[in-house]
Design a protein around this ligand. Structure first.
Ligand code: BG6
Length: 479
C-alpha cells in the first residue's frame, strides 16, 4: 500500500477533528513525517474554506512550526458526505494516487457515507479510518461492519481504539517481548493478580445523550479496557506484524470466561455518580448537570469487574477492571502484582504485603515502573527491607523524539498502511459477545445500580469485589 496523496475528512468541523485530528496532523507535518504531497480535504455541512482554515489554525494555535506550508495542504468542501454527487465533485479535485478517508462523524451515518463513497468511486483505492462507537451490541456491529465491507476490504479498514496508540501501551509490549526478564514470570506461578483502572474526573458533559444511551460498560470496557487486558495477557506473537499481534489478542478474548449467573453478582458492579465535591467544588450528580436530558437515568457511569482468563498461563489469576466518570482524579494504569517470595527471611515494611509490582501508567505521566524490595542501609542488627521504585521508561537519553500523542501515532500508522494498532473485526465481535453476555446477565438478574459521590473512588462495593480474593485496589498516589 503506497502513501496516500489525500486525506478526506468527513466531520471536518466536529469535536474529534478539532480537538485531536488537526493538532496531530500538524505535529506530523512539523516533524516532517507527513507524506510530502498529502492534501487534507475537510468535508462539512456548513462553513466555507476560509472559516475552515481559521478553525484549523485555532486548533493548532501555539504549536509553532510552518503554518503556511500546512495551510497550503488544506482544502474545504461543503456538502453532505452521504450524497454521492457531492462526493463525485470532491473526487474531481483530488490529486492522483491513493486516498485515505477518515470518518469523524456520528456512526449513524457510517453506512450511508460508505455507500456514497462507493457510488462516487472513492472506495476502490482508498483506506478508511473509523472511530468508535462501533455498534452498541454484536448485532449492531455486524450491521455496521457489513456496510463497511461492502465497499472496503478488511485490509483497508482501520478501526481506531485510541488507547492502543498510547506510548505506554507500546512500551508494555516492548518490555514483555523485548526482554528475557519478564516473560518467564508472566504467568500464574508468579503473578498474583492484575488491575486495570481507567478513572476520569470529567462527567458525561456535552456528550450526555450519547453517553446515556451506552454507559461505562460499552463506552470504555468493550474497547479500551478489553484491549489493554488482551495486550497484557496475550502470548508472544510470532512476529511484530498486524495479523500476528491481532491473532494473539483474539485468542485471549476467546479465553475470557463468559459470565455465569452464579458469579455475576459478586464479580461485577455497576454504579452511577451522585452529587459530590471535586477539587473543592460542588459537582451535581449524573443527570442533574447541564446538557443532561430529562435527568432520570439507569445508565452506569462506573463499572468494576473481576475477569477470569481460562487458559494454562492465567489459571486462577484474577484480572480486575474498573472505570468510571467523575472519580477523584483522572488516571489510567495497569498494575501487575507479583506473588510474594515462597519463603521470606527478611522483615518487610508496612503491613508486609509490598511484593514486586509492575505499573504501566498510561496517563497522566506515561511510564512504567517496577517496585522492588531493597535493604534499608545502616547498621541494624537485622536486615530490614523497604520498597524502591525503578523507573523503566522516560530515560532522557533514550527518548530524543519525546512522547507522541496517541493520534499522532495512529494517523501515521494508517498513512503507512500498518494495521497493528487497529482493531480487527473478529476482535470487536468477540468483545461484543462478552459485553452482550454481561448485559443480558445483568438484566436477567436485575443487577442493582449502586451510587457513589462525585469526586470519590467509586462505591464501597467496588472494594468488596476485589477484597473477596484478599486484594485491594492500588492507590494511584502511592509509589
Ligand atoms: C472515549 C470515551 O473512548 O475515551 C470517553 O468515549 C472517554 O467517554 C475517553 O472520556 C477517554 O479517553 P482518554 O484518552 O481521555 O482516557
Amino acid at each position: 500500500m503506497s502513501a496516500p496523496t489525500s486525506l478526506i475528512l468527513a466531520g471536518a468541523e466536529g469535536n474529534l477533528a478539532i480537538s485531536k485530528l488537526y493538532p496531530a496532523l500538524y505535529r506530523l507535518h512539523i516533524a516532517g513525517l507527513m507524506p510530502a504531497g498529502l492534501r487534507i480535504f475537510g468535508m462539512g455541512r456548513s462553513g466555507d474554506g476560509d472559516a475552515f482554515v481559521r478553525r484549523v489554525r485555532q486548533a493548532v494555535a501555539g504549536a509553532g512550526g510552518d503554518w503556511k506550508a500546512f495551510a497550503g495542504r488544506l482544502q474545504y468542501a461543503r456538502g453532505d458526505a452521504t450524497d454521492a454527487d457531492f462526493l463525485r465533485r470532491v473526487r474531481q479535485q483530488l490529486p492522483d494516487g491513493e486516498q485515505m478517508v477518515y470518518l469523524a462523524t456520528p456512526p449513524s451515518i457510517f453506512a450511508a457515507t460508505t455507500a456514497a463513497l462507493g457510488e462516487a468511486g472513492l472506495a476502490a483505492d482508498a483506506r478508511i479510518v473509523v472511530e468508535k462507537p462501533l455498534g452498541d451490541s454484536r448485532a449492531r456491529f455486524d450491521q455496521l461492519n457489513s456496510a463497511l465491507l461492502r465497499h472496503f476490504a478488511e485490509r483497508r479498514i482501520y478501526r481506531i481504539d485510541h488507547y492502543l496508540g498510547k506510548e505506554a501501551v507500546q512500551n508494555l509490549l516492548a518490555l514483555r517481548f523485548g526482554n528475557s526478564l519478564f516473560e518467564p514470570l508472566w504467568n500464574h506461578h508468579y503473578i498474583d493478580h492484575v488491575q486495570i483502572t481507567a478513572a476520569e474526573s470529567d462527567g458525561a458533559g456535552g456528550r450526555w445523550s450519547f453517553y446515556n444511551s451506552v454507559g461505562a460498560l460499552r463506552d470504555m470496557v468493550q474497547n479500551h479496557l478489553l484491549q489493554l487486558l488482551c495486550l497484557v495477557s496475550m502470548e508472544a506473537p510470532a512476529r511484530d506484524s498486524p495479523d500476528e499481534v491481532r491473532d494473539e489478542k483474539l485468542k485471549v478474548m476467546r479465553c475470557v470466561r463468559m459470565p455465569s449467573r452464579e458469579h455475576l453478582g459478586d464479580w461485577s458492579l455497576r454504579a452511577q455518580y451522585g452529587d459530590g465535591q471535586l477539587d473543592g467544588q460542588k459537582v451535581p450528580g449524573y443527570g442533574r448537570e447541564q446538557d443532561a436530558g430529562d435527568g432520570a437515568s439507569d445508565t452506569e457511569t462506573f463499572v468494576a469487574l473481576r475477569v477470569a482468563i481460562d487458559n494454562s498461563r492465567w489459571r486462577g489469576v484474577p484480572f480486575y477492571l474498573r472505570t468510571g466518570k467523575r472519580l477523584a482524579r483522572r488516571y489510567c494504569e495497569i498494575v501487575v502484582q507479583f506473588k510474594a517470595v515462597a519463603h521470606q527471611i527478611f522483615r518487610l515494611p508496612g503491613d508486609g504485603t509490598q511484593n514486586n509490582m509492575l505499573r504501566i501508567r498510561l496517563q497522566p505521566d506515561e511510564g512504567i515502573s517496577l517496585r522492588l524490595l531493597n535493604r534499608v542501609p545502616g547498621l541494624d542488627s537485622q536486615t530490614r527491607l523497604h520498597s524502591l521504585c525503578l523507573n523503566l521508561s522516560r530515560q532522557a537519553d533514550a527518548e530524543p523524539a519525546g512522547t507522541a500523542d496517541a493520534y499522532d501515532r495512529l494517523l501515521l500508522d494508517a498513512m503507512r498502511g500498518n494495521q497493528t494498532l487497529f482493531v480487527r473485526a473478529d476482535e470487536v465481535r468477540a468483545a461484543w459477545d462478552w459485553i452482550d453476555a454481561i448485559r443480558a446477565g445483568w438484566q436477567e438478574a436485575g443487577q442493582p445500580l449502586h451510587s457513589y459521590a462525585a469526586g470519590s473512588w467509586g462505591p464501597p462495593r467496588a472494594d468488596a469485589i476485589i477484597a473477596a480474593a484478599g486484594h485491594a485496589w492500588h492507590d494511584s498516589e502511592a509509589e
